[in-house]
Design a protein around this ligand. Sequence first.
Ligand code: SF4
Ligand code: SF4
Ligand code: SF4
Length: 310
Amino acid sequence: MDLSRRALLGVLVKGGLPVVATAATGGAAAAFAEDTLPLPAPDAVAMLYDTTVCTGCKACVSACAEANGLLPDTRLTGLYQAPLTLNEFTKNIIKLCDPVTGPQSFVKQQCMHCLDPACVSACPFGALFKRTTDGVVAWEPTKCIGCRYCEVACPYHVPKFEWNSQNPEIVKCEFCRHRLAVGEEPACTAVCPTKAVIFGPRSVLLDQARARVTAAPGKYFENRVYGEHEAGGTQVLYLSHVPFEAIGLPTLSPDDRPGRYMHWRHMVYKFFAAPVVLYGIAVQLMRRNFKDHARELREEHEHSRQDPQL
Ligand code: SF4
Ligand code: SF4
Ligand code: SF4
């Protein structure tokens, strides 16, 4: 059950606290029933990135910045779009991993659009949400309170907070949802000259990735696709010729599904929200009583001026 701040206020004001208690708990049975999140449709959008085809040209980094209206990150050189890691200027980055001692590989990093996203599970007010249509994990600024729980929860360290802004936002890849809305693919996949990263339905790209593995046994690490099962699966899939850990992809169990506990976590948030809202109502009541008292004093004063006997 999704109870927004506005809805919670409405329940409190109209129905009083007992209703809130019922609404906040939502019934243990209902919460258990919703602990397993519905997975997106088989045609949920996805990306497939293959380290063996990436040339590290960074065309995808610049295209992402341009498509999303991000300022170039020139803090390193002062001259060029050269972010060191994912940050508030950069939703997509190419890194060169272990160039000296380890196996060399480029890697593209952005939001993984998890099937069961930890950031969505951690967000108290539903500012981060997973679209049921295509599975894109998107951000709604009007609901964000800037708590940064999403930053802490994400196993891939993706969401970034704009520390230097007076109106800070959470910055992360949203699959170029403004481009999807007009039938275009994300800027990074559209611009990639070698098709190291491609766009399509998850089911199709997964089949394609498996076919590449089957066609070249031993070429890819563990002969498997990263993102098929990790933490319940992701909508960005990886094929890598080096160990996944070497390109910064953590080892996650298929059972590590944060959504299982989302409703209990959100219930706790709601219990914390209720005292805050009650405090606001108490302040409003005190202010109204104070105004009534002041009006009575004024009326008494007027009355006594008109009737000198009093
Ligand atoms: S990678 Fe992180 S930010 Fe992206 S959907 Fe998964 S948990 Fe959320
Ligand atoms: S900072 Fe992150 S977790 Fe907190 S409300 Fe905003 S999107 Fe949600
Ligand atoms: S545009 Fe393609 S080849 Fe170039 S860095 Fe990005 S993913 Fe690699």
